[in-house]
Design a protein. Structure first.
Length: 125
C-alpha cells in the first residue's frame, strides 16, 4: 500500500437540513466519477447557530471501482460554509483497503441549496 496525495472538487445540489446527495466531478485517482450518499445536520450544542455535519458517500471511479468516504464537519449557515475532516474507509477494486484522511470545505448557497466542495487528502491504497 502506498500513500498518495490528491484532491477533488465538485459542484452539486442538496438542502442544508440534510439530504440524499448525488454529485459528479474529477479527482486525482478516480478520474471522472459519480457519487451518492446522505448528509445529516444536527444542532451544535457548543455553538448556537451552527450545525454539526456528517456524511457517508460512495464515489464510483471511471472504471467502476468504489471508494467509501466519511465526512464530519461544522456548518456555519450564516457564513455559507461547512468545513471538516474526511476519512477514506475502503471500497472495491483498487480501493478495497483504502484509508487516509484529509480536509474538506463546502461553499453553500442557502437560497438554492447548491454547493461546491473542495477536498485535499492523502489516500493509501
Amino acid at each position: 500500500m502506498s500513500q498518495r496525495p490528491g484532491s477533488v472538487q465538485y459542484t452539486a445540489a442538496g438542502n442544508v437540513t440534510g439530504a440524499n446527495v448525488t454529485a459528479s466531478g474529477t479527482a486525482t485517482y478516480l478520474g471522472l466519477w459519480t457519487a451518492a450518499g446522505t448528509v445529516h445536520f444536527t444542532p451544535d450544542p457548543n455553538n448556537p447557530g451552527r450545525l454539526l455535519s456528517s456524511a457517508n458517500m460512495a464515489f464510483v471511479a471511471a472504471n467502476g471501482d468504489r471508494l467509501q468516504v466519511m465526512l464530519n464537519g461544522n456548518l456555519d449557515p450564516a457564513a455559507g460554509a461547512d468545513m471538516g475532516i474526511l476519512q477514506f474507509v475502503g471500497g472495491t477494486g483498487r480501493f478495497v483497503a483504502a484509508s487516509g484522511f484529509g480536509q474538506f470545505m463546502v461553499e453553500l448557497n442557502p437560497a438554492t441549496g447548491a454547493f461546491k466542495t473542495t477536498a485535499v487528502a492523502t489516500i493509501n491504497f
